[in-house]
Write a protein that binds this ligand. Structure first.
Ligand SMILES: *[C@@H]1O[C@H](CO)[C@@H](O)[C@H](O)[C@H]1NC(C)=O
Ligand SMILES: *[C@@H]1O[C@H](CO)[C@@H](O)[C@H](O)[C@H]1NC(C)=O
Ligand SMILES: *[C@@H]1O[C@H](CO)[C@@H](O)[C@H](O)[C@H]1NC(C)=O
Ligand SMILES: *[C@@H]1O[C@H](CO)[C@@H](O)[C@H](O)[C@H]1NC(C)=O
Ligand SMILES: *[C@@H]1O[C@H](CO)[C@@H](O)[C@H](O)[C@H]1NC(C)=O
Ligand SMILES: *[C@@H]1O[C@H](CO)[C@@H](O)[C@H](O)[C@H]1NC(C)=O
Ligand SMILES: *[C@@H]1O[C@H](CO)[C@@H](O)[C@H](O)[C@H]1NC(C)=O
Ligand SMILES: *[C@@H]1O[C@H](CO)[C@@H](O)[C@H](O)[C@H]1NC(C)=O
Ligand SMILES: *[C@@H]1O[C@H](CO)[C@@H](O)[C@H](O)[C@H]1NC(C)=O
Ligand SMILES: *[C@@H]1O[C@H](CO)[C@@H](O)[C@H](O)[C@H]1NC(C)=O
Length: 500
C-alpha cells in the first residue's frame, strides 16, 4: 500500500478525521507576517475578544472553574457567531479555556464561519504572578493541557503564554518566567508532533518598559526560546485621535524591523463614548499593514468595565451603538498584503536588553524547564520533608522559618531572574520545594532529629522512594490569590497611563 493509500484508508476508517469538521486552511508564519497555508495570501487579523465574565448573571459555569470557558457551550457559540460575522470577524481571542470540557462544537461552528482562535494558555488562578513569578510543574501542566485540548483544530491560530504580566520596571523580572513558558510550550508542541502552532505573548503598552519588553521576548540566537508573534494591548487611540497623535505611528516605526508578526491583541479605548473606531481605518490602511497583522477589539460582552459591543441576556443579544460603528468600519477593512512566495523576510531578532534599573530580567539563562520526574525523584531521596496536610499558611510560615534560619538551605529552590541564578528545584511544586529546604537544613545541622521538627510540621522519612503523594493541594507558597488577567488593567490615553 502506498503511503497515500494508507492515509486514505485511515481517513476512511475515521481514524485520522480532524475533530473540527469544517475545512479551514491553517495559518502559518513566514518572517513577520501570517499567511494561509495553501495559497499565497497574507492573513490579517480582524479580531474580537470573546470571554464572558463569571459575574455575568446569565452565565452559569458548567464546571467548577473560576472562569467561563467561552468554547465549551455550543448554544452560546451559536447565539454569538452571527454577531461576530456581522463584524467581519475572522479571529476571536479567548483568555481561559477549561481543558476538561469538549470544544468540538464551538470550534467547528467557528470554522464554518471562517473564524480562527487565539487562546491564552493560563487561567485566572494558574498564571505567572508578576509580583511573585515562578514557572513550575503545575503551571507547565496547565499550559500543556490547554495545548492538548486545542491543537487538533485547524482554526487554532496561536497561543499566548502570558497576558500583561510585567507592567512596571520593578516587575520586569517576571518576564523571564513568561519567556521560559514560551520556550517550554513551543518545545511541547514540537515534541508532541503537533501541527506547528505559534506561541506568543500579549503585553500592555507601558511607555517605560515597552521597548525592552518587545526586544526581550524576541531576542537571542535560539528562536526556539523566543516568541512566534507579539501581541500589543493598546488603548492609546481615544475618540477622534489620529495615526500620529495616538502614538500608533511611533509604535509602527518601532516594529518595522521586528522579526516575527506583531498585531494589536486588544484595542478600543472607551474614554470617549460611543466608540466609533476611527482607528480601524489606520490599522487596516497602508501605513500600518506593512508592519502589523491587524488587531483584536476588546471586547464582545458588555460588563462592568464597559468595553462591550453587545448586551447579552440569556438567549437574547442586543447590539450597542459601538457595534454598528465597528461593523461599518470592518466592512471596509480590506488590507492589501504581500504574496507569500515573493516575500523574502530580512528582519532579524532584536538585541537583548541589558539588566539595569529599568530592566530586571536576564535573557540567559532562562528559568529551568519544569520536570515532574526530577522533582519526584528528588523528593524520594530526601530524609526531612514537610508533614502531610499542611495548609498554605503553615507552609508559607515554614518556608519563612527555614530560609530565615539558613538562607543557604534554600539555595536549591531560590530563583532570581535578575542574576540569572535558578535553584535546580525552583520549578517544583511547593511540597517538593519545602522538602528540599527542610532537608538541606537538617543536613546542615548534622542530621540531628531535632533539626527536622519545626513543631511537628516537618517529619523524617526513609529516603528510598517510599514517599508517595504528600501534602495538601497547595499550589503556591506565597499567595493563594493571583491577579485576574483578563481585564485590561489600564485605559490609556495618548501615551499616559491611568488606572481605570
Ligand atoms: C487563500 O485561501 C483563503 C482561505 O481559503 C481564501 O480566503 C483566499 O481567498 C485565498 N486566496 C486566493 C488568492 O485565492
Ligand atoms: C463542583 O464542586 C462542588 C463542591 O465541591 C461539587 O459538589 C460538584 O460536584 C462539583 N461539580 C463539578 C461539575 O465538578
Ligand atoms: C513599583 O513601582 C511602582 C511605581 O513606579 C510603585 O508604586 C510600587 O510600589 C513599586 N513596587 C515595589 C514592589 O517596589
Ligand atoms: C535551543 O533551545 C531549545 C529549547 O531550549 C534547546 O532544546 C536547543 O538545544 C537549543 N539549541 C541550541 C543550538 O542551543
Ligand atoms: C513619537 O516619537 C517622537 C520622537 O521620539 C516624539 O517626539 C513624539 O512625542 C512621539 N509621539 C507620541 C504621540 O508619543
Ligand atoms: C498615514 O500616515 C500619515 C502621516 O504619515 C497620516 O497623515 C495619515 O492620516 C495616515 N493614514 C491613516 C489612514 O491613518
Ligand atoms: C428575550 O427576548 C424575549 C423577546 O423580546 C423576551 O420575551 C425574553 O424575556 C428575553 N429573555 C431574556 C432572558 O431577557
Ligand atoms: C530596529 O530599529 C531600532 C530603532 O532604529 C534599532 O535600535 C534596532 O537595533 C533595530 N533592530 C534590528 C534587529 O535591526
Ligand atoms: C508535588 O510533587 C510531588 C512530586 O512530583 C508529588 O508527589 C506531589 O503529589 C505533588 N503535590 C501536590 C500538592 O501537587
Ligand atoms: C536578585 O538579586 C539581586 C542582586 O543580588 C537583588 O538585588 C534582588 O533583590 C534579587 N531579587 C529577588 C527577587 O530576590
Amino acid at each position: 500500500m502506498t503511503r497515500l493509500a494508507f492515509y486514505g484508508a485511515l481517513v476512511a476508517l475515521g481514524i485520522l478525521l480532524p475533530r473540527a469538521a469544517a475545512d479551514v486552511d491553517p495559518i502559518v508564519i513566514k518572517g513577520s507576517k501570517f499567511f494561509y497555508q495553501s495559497n499565497d495570501t497574507q492573513f490579517f487579523i480582524r479580531g474580537i475578544a470573546y470571554q464572558a465574565d463569571l459575574t455575568n448573571d446569565d452565565i452559569a459555569t458548567p464546571s467548577n472553574t473560576s472562569y467561563v470557558d467561552p468554547l465549551a457551550d455550543a448554544d452560546r457559540c451559536k447565539r454569538d457567531i452571527p454577531y461576530l460575522r456581522q463584524l467581519n470577524t475572522n479571529v476571536i481571542r479567548v483568555y481561559a479555556v477549561d481543558p476538561a470540557q469538549n470544544h468540538d462544537s464551538c470550534m467547528s461552528q467557528l470554522a464554518d464561519a471562517g473564524i480562527y482562535v487565539l487562546s491564552d494558555l493560563a487561567d485566572p488562578i494558574d498564571s505567572i504572578d508578576r509580583d511573585s513569578p515562578e514557572w513550575t510543574v503545575d503551571l507547565l501542566s496547565r499550559y500543556t493541557s490547554v495545548i492538548d485540548a486545542l491543537h487538533g483544530y485547524n482554526n487554532i491560530l496561536g497561543f499566548f503564554a502570558g497576558n500583561e504580566v510585567s507592567h512596571l520596571a520593578n516587575n520586569t523580572a517576571a518576564s523571564a518566567y513568561v519567556k521560559a513558558a514560551v520556550r517550554d510550550s513551543k518545545a511541547y508542541i514540537k515534541s508532541s508532533n503537533y501541527r506547528s502552532i505559534g506561541v506568543g505573548y500579549a503585553t500592555n503598552d507601558d511607555p517605560e518598559i515597552r521597548t525592552n519588553l518587545a526586544d526581550y521576548f524576541n531576542c537571542g540566537a535560539n528562536a526556539s526560546e523566543s516568541i512566534d508573534f507579539w501581541g500589543y494591548n493598546v488603548y492609546s487611540w481615544c475618540g477622534d485621535s489620529s495615526y500620529v497623535q495616538s502614538g500608533y505611528q511611533n509604535r509602527t516605526i518601532q516594529f518595522s524591523n521586528y522579526s516575527v508578526p506583531s498585531f494589536f491583541s486588544e484595542y478600543g479605548c472607551n474614554k470617549v463614548q460611543p466608540r466609533t473606531f476611527s482607528e480601524v481605518d489606520a490599522i487596516y490602511g497602508p501605513n500600518m499593514t506593512q508592519v502589523w497583522s491587524g488587531g483584536i477589539v476588546y471586547m464582545y460582552f458588555e460588563e462592568a468595565n464597559d468595553y462591550g459591543l453587545v448586551d447579552v441576556s440569556g438567549d437574547n443579544v442586543s447590539t450597542r451603538p459601538a457595534f454598528s460603528y465597528l461593523s461599518n468600519r470592518m466592512q471596509s477593512a480590506t488590507p492589501t498584503g504581500v504574496l507569500k512566495a515573493s516575500y523574502a523576510p530580512t528582519n532579524s531578532p532584536q538585541a537583548c536588553p541589558t539588566v539595569n534599573s529599568n530592566w530586571q530580567a536576564d535573557a540567559s539563562p532562562l528559568p529551568p524547564t519544569p520536570n515532574t520526574d526530577r522533582c519526584q525523584c528528588k523528593l524520594s531521596s530526601l530524609s526531612c520533608i514537610p508533614k502531610r496536610s499542611l495548609g498554605t499558611t503553615q507552609m508559607g510560615e515554614l518556608f519563612g522559618t527555614v530560609c530565615g534560619l539558613s538562607s543557604s538551605a534554600c539555595n536549591g529552590i531560590s530563583h532570581n531572574a535578575t542574576t540569572g541564578k535558578y535553584g535546580a528545584y525552583s520549578m517544583c511544586n511547593s511540597t517538593v520545594q519545602l522538602a528540599v529546604a527542610l532537608d538541606a537544613y537538617y543536613r546542615q545541622q548534622d542530621s540531628r532529629s531535632s533539626a527536622c521538627s519545626f513543631d511537628g510540621m516537618a517529619v523524617l522519612q526513609k529516603p528510598s522512594g517510599t514517599f508517595s503523594s504528600p501534602g495538601s493541594p497547595v499550589r503556591d507558597r506565597r499567595s493563594t490569590v493571583r491577579p485576574r488577567r483578563f481585564r485590561p488593567m489600564y485605559s490609556v490615553g495618548s501615551d499616559e497611563l491611568e488606572m481605570t
